[in-house]
Design a protein around this ligand. Structure first.
Ligand SMILES: NC(=O)c1ccc[n+]([C@@H]2O[C@H](COP(=O)([O-])OP(=O)(O)OC[C@H]3O[C@@H](n4cnc5c(N)ncnc54)[C@H](OP(=O)(O)O)[C@@H]3O)[C@@H](O)[C@H]2O)c1
Length: 279
């Protein structure tokens, strides 16, 4: 029992929006033993997705979830932000129990908006796509009715697909711009470095492997040693060596301020996402 999620007997875990993130979370939860198949249900917009997900994951998967939602202890809302009003309207018809924990992963949709569309126990989560490879970074934050216990359960859910920490909601836009959009920045850097490898004579596939593994290893060094990146960088930088020469070129290119401006701009944009569409 130690490893199972706190679902009371007879309660279920539902996923509304069984797309990339929704199915990734279901797989992570099943593999971590936090739920068993008979406790899980999913839904999607189309019949075809419901059929595919049901067959692939061996769980209940159907378009109309109003009846099955009633028994839910936890519901993960994983559709696109524009669908939130429709989904909350359906959940209002579903006769949910007041203690059902609702977890939204919708980018930019605030707890205030979620709670106004559907009063209940809400947790907001900001995950990123490396959840698919079980190396995701997720932050969670509590709505008005969510307790430390709810947050602990949410942390266990997202820890099944990577790391998870709790933050206050006012950090969510910055988090979205940093770790939510972050994989795209890392891919761009990897692509550019692989091109650089080709420029100095390496085969492209070899260059990309060197770059990707170097990024993975460097990230692990930071996370596992707890040392500051500048200190780790000093270890690689011998006096008058090639690394300090390369670093100088990066500084000449203003790499620090370019990265900071990118995150600043993404934060500015995310502030406008998830707001209700103007009619
Ligand atoms: N992918 C990311 O990088 C990422 C990272 C962090 C957070 N997020 C958030 O995660 C959410 C999902 O992203 P995703 O990449 O997983 O999207 P996705 O693959 O397009 O999945 C969305 C799913 O929602 C279903 N859906 C659409 N309308 C619905 C409705 N009215 N009722 C029930 N289900 C409905 C779709 O069904 P059909 O398949 O039948 O169309 C689809 O299965 C987004 O809100 C995004 O903000 C995404």
């Amino acid at each position: 029992m130690e490893n199972t999620l706190v679902l009371e007997p007879g309660r279920t875990l539902g996923v509304i929006g069984a797309g990339v993130m929704g199915t990734t979370l279901i797989r992570g939860l099943l593999d971590a033993g936090l739920v068993v198949r008979r406790q899980v249900w999913a839904t999607a917009r189309t019949e075809q997705t419901c059929l595919d997900v049901g067959a692939q994951l061996g769980i209940t998967s159907q378009r109309d979830y109003r009846e099955i939602a009633e028994a839910s202890g936890i519901i993960l809302v994983c559709c696109k932000p524009a669908q939130i009003e429709i989904i909350c309207a359906k959940l209002r018809e579903a006769n949910l129990r007041p203690d059902t924990m609702l977890i939204s992963i919708l980018a930019g949709v605030t707890l205030e908006r979620l709670e106004s569309l559907l009063p209940g126990v809400w947790v907001r989560a900001v995950p990123n796509t490396p959840c698919v490879a079980r190396e995701g970074m997720t932050v969670v934050c509590a709505g008005h009715k969510a307790t430390a216990e709810h947050l602990a359960i949410a942390e266990r859910i997202f820890s099944s697909v990577g790391r998870c920490v709790t933050v206050e909601e006012h950090y969510c836009n910055a988090v979205t711009a940093l770790s939510g959009s972050g994989p795209a920045y890392m891919y761009l850097v990897m692509e550019a470095l692989a091109d650089a490898g080709v420029r100095v004579g390496l085969r492209r596939d070899l260059a990309l492997t060197l770059v990707a593994q170097t990024m993975l290893g460097s990230a692990k060094m930071v996370l596992e040693t707890g040392r500051h990146p500048a200190s780790l960088r000093d270890d690689v930088t011998t006096p008058a060596g090639c690394t300090i020469g390369g670093l100088l070129m990066l500084e000449d290119g203003k790499i620090r301020s370019v990265l900071a401006r990118a995150v600043e701009e993404a934060t500015r944009i995310v502030e406008h996402l998830g707001k209700p569409a103007k009619h």
